[in-house]
Design a protein around this ligand. Structure first.
Ligand SMILES: NC(=O)C1=CN([C@@H]2O[C@H](COP(=O)(O)OP(=O)(O)OC[C@H]3O[C@@H](n4cnc5c(N)ncnc54)[C@H](O)[C@@H]3O)[C@@H](O)[C@H]2O)C=CC1
Ligand SMILES: O=C(CO)COP(=O)(O)O
Length: 349
């Protein structure tokens, strides 16, 4: 592929790792972070010591901290900020876009209150602006492993198929393999909701439960993610792909996952606020649990694991009690309660 110009917005773990992939592919890369000390550190030492300390960054990456200094002739803008920062970031980027701009988001969340997916929030903020397309990049991809070039596979999706193919070409290399998928709803829902299940599994691991419990939560978690996704218009097959099952596996089983680690501390008896302070990095699953608990009610979709987690996070239910409550629900048929979308006729899942 011809060399392109890209700006990566967000110099946390994920933005830094994605900037590295693009620079390794020979593209010209700007990396924006809020703190000028961090930009100076990256430019001078090629290390992001707070977020990706074990990775020596490609020396061609140009870090900066003034968002308005984003080059207006970038073809690609990659947004890797936490979900809560998406709207304000897009508002600031808007004047810098042009008719060929492709905006790719790599964040995983749902907005509480509006229940919007990230691409929907972006499109809303971009109403009337000049740009080509919005795309999502998602899948099983811990920054720590991408940063050291371990084989990784992800999915890119966009309503604009040509843009998705262009993003695939932009990122693809011998350690970062990119697939396309036309189901943007499914890709975004899978990426956001696996964090809820990873928090839950961290919690049961913290309580001392073992692999049977983990497999139960992953399998039944995937069922409830799929149920909601199908109700929202997703293709159920997407949920057994990279952005669904793939990301669920990596987030629920890896020591790198912040969601798993936060759940683990909660399972050990720590309070949510203390856990979030201790993490010092974004734990998207907390906010996503709040959003999805309300969304599931609005859509009349049964999500018992999400509900149990909501009670622990926001209603101070002890984790052990929530786990007992999940196990004590009325009996079910596995097949009927797996992928059937909305709850019609009083069916509980
Ligand atoms: N870390 C990973 O391996 C992966 C993370 N993601 C997703 O990428 C997104 C970003 O996550 P990470 O980079 O891991 O987070 P992080 O916690 O490592 O870094 C967050 C970054 O966002 C910045 N930030 C925080 N609030 C901000 C605001 N209001 N405005 C602008 N910047 C702000 C912080 O300064 C920091 O640079 C999340 O949605 C996450 O789910 C997706 C795939 C992999
Ligand atoms: O999304 C991720 C890996 O694909 C990262 O998960 P955490 O945010 O839990 O670290």
């Amino acid at each position: 592929m011809a060399k392109k110009k890209a700006a990566v917005i967000g110099a946390g773990s994920w933005g830094t790792a994605l900037a590295q992939v693009l620079a390794d592919n020979g593209h010209s890369v700007q990396l924006w972070g809020r703190r000028s000390e961090q930009s100076e550190e990256i430019n001078q030492t090629h290390i992001n010591s707070r977020y990706l300390p074990d990775v020596v960054l490609n020396s061609t990456i140009k870090a900066y901290s003034d968002l308005s200094a984003t080059d207006a002739d970038n073809d690609y803008i990659i947004c890797a900020v936490p979900t809560k920062a998406i709207r304000e970031t897009i508002k600031q980027l808007r004047p810098l876009l042009h008719e060929h701009s492709i905006l790719v988001h790599a964040s995983k969340g749902i907005e509480p209150g509006t229940f919007k997916r990230i691409s929907e929030m972006m499109e809303e903020e971009l109403e009337g602006a000049s740009y080509k397309a919005v795309a999502v990049l998602s899948g099983p991809s811990h920054a720590e492993e991408v940063g050291i070039k371990q084989p990784t596979t992800v999915t890119v999706s966009s309503k604009h198929l040509e843009a998705a193919a262009a993003v695939q070409d932009l990122f693809m290399n011998n350690y970062f393999r990119v697939y396309t998928n036309e189901d943007m709803i499914g890709v975004e829902i899978g990426g956001a909701l696996k964090n809820i299940i990873a928090l839950g599994i961290g919690m049961t691991d913290g309580l001392g439960y073992g692999d049977n419990t983990k497999a139960a939560l992953m399998t039944r978690g995937l069922a409830e993610i799929t149920r909601l996704g199908v109700a929202l218009g997703a293709n159920p097959m997407t949920f057994i792909g990279l952005s669904g099952l793939g990301d669920l596996i990596v987030t629920c089983t890896s020591e790198h996952s912040r969601n798993w680690r936060a759940g683990h501390l909660l399972g050990k008896g720590k309070k949510l606020d203390d856990v979030l302070d201790e993490m010092g990095m974004v734990v998207e699953g907390v906010r996503t649990t709040k959003a999805v608990f309300a969304l599931a009610q609005a859509e009349n979709v049964e999500m018992p694991i999400t509900s149990a987690l909501y009670s622990v996070l926001f209603e101070e239910e002890p984790p052990l009690q929530a786990a007992d409550r999940l196990m004590g629900r009325m009996k079910k048929n596995e097949e009927e309660s797996s992928f059937m979308g909305r709850n019609e006729g009083g069916r509980e899942s």
